[in-house]
Design a protein around this ligand. Structure first.
Ligand code: NAP
Ligand code: MG
Length: 491
């Protein structure tokens, strides 16, 4: 299978001579398809098509646009299992996780479709008699959606659906590692009736096709999810020409566990947060900040839980944790495990690749727990994006807050305690865009805003009541029905 671009309503094979294989990270003998890395000319053609389609789409009533997105939601539902299988095969997450991601995508599309009937503004009384003002929300033009491989269905859908509902046309640049799901997403929008040029897909490398798109003058806004290195560079480039940018980037999400916590719940939730999706969630739990009094017990129990995790290919319904997504990510995880050891952390469990039957051809790493991690160590500060948990021991709640906040990222967090006062102090002071009480750092819902602070996030929150903010401009309209020349108030 060779993945094609979708430009101006047509599936077109790239003429580029550069290509890479899309392989199954659970078994690299399983080659899923050929990914041709599109040329800069092709990327430009996609932007041009989106630019030409803008007038017509902008003039289409918002509820009509919403109806197409609603139809896409139904098609995602009809094709849920097929898409979940593709997702597991190319990205590696377990089939249960893939089904969950598909359901999230359906919910997001449904929610955005509903928003098409609520594209409302304000009416504002004037300080002058026989005057008033109102606001209208208008689309921006061509929007680029640049997405990562770790949620290759949900993240594109939560960008494309609001962009379309708001009346923008879209160029979608998925991660090179996950082209198969990207193609299916676009096929679904095509079947739902999206007009030619309104949604375009370019498969290609970030450094060429991606770079061409984000630097194209017709691209008015870029919604990016991915790593900090890429996101910040993209922000710099696009802001130079005044384009709007939204970046959702890395995380180093802490869970704080206090002495009165429900230990079963804290251990199970931390394991889910740290090892679910092989640690490859932006909201994954990567630091456990635990008070001394219960730290030994916590480490013993989380270690036992980590060692009992069933590793395997995601298609096996018994599997609890799949592989890392590719060789590069796998090597990064193993390198951070070495760094943890060298920096003097105590390896409590894991710490190596999984070998033997069923593992040798995949990128499997044992769930890993480091104890006695200190805040200055690299494994306490840098995003690893693998199944590695760092346990930081602290004296008390105040030190826990300080350690939890001693981090450049600010995506998600959680706390385990039954003390209401400390829960609310935590909520007030924790420097993350999202926080969870007595539940894992992961998870979110389609109708609730999503995103991070500090080094994690730039721009408006995605999803929920804020989903369309980034994709619309506000126009303010002054209406004067006095029929007379204005006296006074001349500012
Ligand atoms: P990435 O390497 O930054 O890539 C993200 C996207 O940007 C890919 O489509 C990539 O294309 C493209 N890209 C790379 N260089 C580019 C350039 N110079 N110009 C334009 N586009 C470029 O991130 P990733 O490895 O796919 O994803 C993992 C990261 O995403 C982690 O840091 C994770 O925390 C973050 N993430 C954050 C959130 C959140 O909401 N905060 C959610 C999920 C993931 P190629 O694939 O071709 O390189
Ligand atoms: Mg792949």
């Amino acid at each position: 299978m060779t993945y094609q671009n979708f430009i101006n309503g047509k599936w077109i094979k790239s003429i580029s001579s550069k290509s890479v294989a899309n392989t199954n990270p659970a078994n690299t003998d399983d080659v899923i398809g050929e990914v041709i890395l599109s040329t800069r000319d092709e990327a430009r053609a996609a932007v041009d098509a989106a630019s030409d389609a803008f007038r017509g789409w902008r003039a289409t009533p918002a509820p009509t646009r919403g109806r197409i997105v609603a139809k896409a939601a139904r098609l995602f539902e009809d094709n849920k299992e097929e898409l979940a299988q593709i997702l597991t095969r190319e990205e590696g997450k377990t089939i249960a996780e893939s089904r969950g991601e598909l359901q999230r995508s359906i919910n997001v599309a449904d929610f955005c479709a509903g928003e098409s009937r609520r594209l409302t503004g304000e009416t504002i009384p004037s300080e002058l008699p026989l005057n008033f003002a109102y606001t209208i929300k208008q689309p921006l033009g061509v929007v680029a959606c640049v997405t990562p491989w770790n949620f290759p269905v949900a993240i594109p859908v939560w960008k494309i659906a609001p962009a379309l509902v708001a009346g923008n046309t879209v160029v979608f640049k998925p991660a090179t590692l996950t082209p198969a799901t990207a193609v299916r997403i676009v096929e679904i929008f095509e079947e739902a009736g999206i007009p030619p040029g309104v949604l375009n897909l370019i498969i290609g490398s970030g450094s060429e096709a991606g770079d061409e798109i984000i630097n194209h003058r017709a691209v008015k806004a870029i919604s990016f999810t991915g790593s900090n290195g890429v996101g910040i560079r993209l922000y710099e480039q696009a802001s130079r020409r005044g384009a709007k940018v939204q970046c959702e980037m890395g995380g180093k999400n802490p869970v704080v566990i206090l002495e009165d916590a429900d230990m079963d719940l804290a251990v199970e939730s931390t394991a889910q947060g740290a090892f679910g999706s092989s640690g490859q969630r932006c909201t994954a739990t990567s630091r456990a900040v635990v008070v001394d009094e219960i730290a030994d017990e916590f480490v013993t129990r989380i270690t036992k839980r980590a060692e009992s995790m069933r590793l395997g290919p995601g298609v096996d319904p018994q599997t609890e944790m799949g592989p890392s997504v590719d060789e590069s990510q796998f090597n990064t995880v193993l390198r951070y495990i070495d760094i943890g050891r060298e920096d003097g952390a105590t390896l409590a469990c894991g710490g190596s690749r999984a070998t033997g039957d069923g593992f040798d051809k995949g990128y499997f790493v044992h769930p890993t727990v480091f104890d006695h991690v200190t805040p200055d160590m690299r494994i306490a500060r840098e995003e690893i994006f693998g199944p590695v948990l760092s346990v930081l021991r602290v004296k008390n709640f105040d030190e826990a807050m300080q350690v939890a906040n001693d981090c450049e990222y600010g995506l998600s967090s959680s706390i385990f305690t039954n003390d209401a006062a400390r829960i609310f102090r935590f909520v007030d002071d924790i420097e993350t865009g999202m926080t969870h009480i007595n539940s894992p750092t992961t998870g979110g819902e389609a109708h609730i805003p999503f995103g991070g602070t500090k080094g994690t996030g730039i721009g408006d929150r995605e999803q929920g009541s804020t989903a369309l903010d980034f994709y619309t401009e506000l126009k303010v309209v002054y209406v004067d029905y006095t029929g007379r020349k204005r006296e006074g108030n001349l500012y």
